[in-house]
Design a protein around this ligand. Structure first.
Ligand SMILES: *Cc1c(COP(=O)(O)O)cnc(C)c1O
Length: 219
């Protein structure tokens, strides 16, 4: 796997308006550095513990994104440095981020994860639940979190039409919510297998792992 080559190729392929988050989960620090040396600075992890370890051992100008499901008791370990939390799916989690971010005197950028896949995935909320959070008094009083957009994952399928439908639904939802939320700037959708479709459907942030770093080995 030529990591530097892969990341350069993806960047020439996508518009400069689309942010590439390199998903380095399960991959060693050397692999992150191979991407870093091309000038890339935005990396994502799906486990808090692993992200903390990488943050401790790698250059401090890396912007770390948490793209996985977050347990509330883990928030405190990342609030001092995390750049964007992609998968906020409850007001309870948001309250914990607010509480911990306040201690660090930071304002943390978050995305709400909307469930768009048909398959019965565990995570993500529906549009009504997202609106409920955004309109809640509890959220509106928060000064240490900022919801900057939405994140979603399409069904794992070869059916391109289905993927396109799900991404288009998320883009429509994003546009609708943005009318009332001027802070909405970011639509995180698209992974190795479907980022080209996601961009065609209006994504401006893609999360790409295996197309950069190779297949993951879970042992
Ligand atoms: C692992 C992961 C990705 C990257 O997946 P690839 O298919 O390897 O590109 C993107 N988003 C989330 C939330 C992930 O957990």
């Amino acid at each position: 796997m030529d990591i530097a080559e892969n990341i350069k190729n993806i960047k020439t392929e996508i518009s400069s308006k689309v942010t590439l988050v390199a998903i380095s989960k399960t991959k060693p620090n050397e692999d992150v550095m191979a991407a870093y040396e091309t000038g890339h600075r935005i990396f994502g992890e799906n486990k808090v513990q692993e992200m903390v370890e990488k943050w401790e051992n790698l250059p401090k100008d890396i912007q770390w994104h948490m793209v996985g499901h977050v347990q509330r008791n883990k928030v405190k370990y990342m609030v001092t440095f995390v750049d964007l939390i992609h998968a906020v799916d409850s007001l309870k989690l948001l309250k914990e981020i607010e509480k911990q971010a306040k201690k660090s005197d930071r304002r943390i950028q978050c995305l709400l994860q909307i469930k768009i896949a048909e398959e019965d995935t565990k995570y993500g909320i529906n549009v009504d639940e997202a609106e409920e959070i955004l309109q809640s008094e509890a959220f509106q009083k928060m000064s240490h979190v900022k919801i900057v957009g939405l994140m979603g994952m399409a069904t794992l399928t070869d059916n391109e039409e289905k993927i396109r439908k799900e991404f288009s639904f998320l883009k429509d939802t994003f546009d609708e919510l943005q009318k009332k939320q001027p802070s909405f700037t970011t639509l995180s959708m698209g992974m190795s297998g479907d980022y080209k479709i996601a961009i065609e459907c209006g994504s401006n942030m893609i999360r790409v792992g295996s197309s950069i770093f190779g297949e993951r080995n879970y042992n």
